[in-house]
Design a protein around this ligand. Sequence first.
Ligand SMILES: [Mg+2]
Length: 364
Amino acid sequence: MKIVGFEATTLNIPEDDPLANMPEEAGRTRPVVILRLRTDSGIEGIGVTLYGGRMTRSLHAAVEDLAALTVGEDPLRIEKIVAKLRAGTGDACGPGGIFTLALSAIDVALWDIKGKALDQPLWKLLGGHRDRVPTYASGSLRRGLTDAQAQRAAQILLQKGFREMKTQMALPGNPTPAEEVRRVRVVRDAIGPDIKLMCDINQRWRPEQAIDIGSRVEDIGLFWLEDVTAADDFAGLARVTAALKTPIAGGEYVWGIVPFRHMIEARSVDIVMIDLARVGGVTQWMKVAGMAEAFNLPVVSHVMPEMLLHMVAACPNGLTVEYMPWMLALYEETPAIEKGQLVLPDKPGLGLKFDEKAIARFKA
Ligand SMILES: [Mg+2]
């Protein structure tokens, strides 16, 4: 089998909140680049990448440039292709950034092709540890909501069957530590003690603030505190992780595989979060998961649950899948949730098919 062609398309996807319909700001969109990689056997693999922001035109061009380098290659030889793409772009792109985001779209499409060619779902090809994975609702309990809105959103998520959900601290303005604590308690009170509650800081605290506020919320029973300070301050993160009983999660802003080594060696986090686009695709995601396993650490996903459930389910240290619904509208069908768990699909590859009407609607 050989790769014979490709098509990249830039989309602007509405940034709404389909889970609880509680958007902080109506009308915003998020740019993403989707890829179709075609083979001479008629099998087509799909990939998606994001985070291009105002440089999405450049990201789109990078996806096309890398895809052009795959033409004529055997799509089942993924490591050979990754090496060719790295070599083919020289040192111009650095170890992270647009090169890695574009590489991710290619790598995901190659794995989709491999699954379809072997007639197996991706999670089985990658290890197949289990056929259901816990998932948590994300993107609804945001820091910009009023207390009443956050409580209402939490009720809606419970009614939808979620047993895990994520909220945020580092509230807007300049809140006191007491105000931060009060807000998390409002959310906890709305859901009761048995629901797993995560809390994202999105890198907005200093390490000493994280230790201060983190120690004040220990009794609320958070499942994890996420990105409590600058993601590359591995020593600062390690101080927070050592000081708090609540597990510290981080890694969504870490690029490629080597920086994860430094993060994990520094004991910066208790839970390793791996972003599919920033790590460079499925191949690199699984390498980081294996590295974390060797350090007795669980791994979790970041956004795109419709793809990441395969990887979290495949490895023995997969903990839970972030159900961030940003891109669900791109597909005809996405994996079902039963009793708070995502059900792994039987369809080959990613098991996803673009909804062509939605693609046409979102086209940039
Ligand atoms: Mg996060």
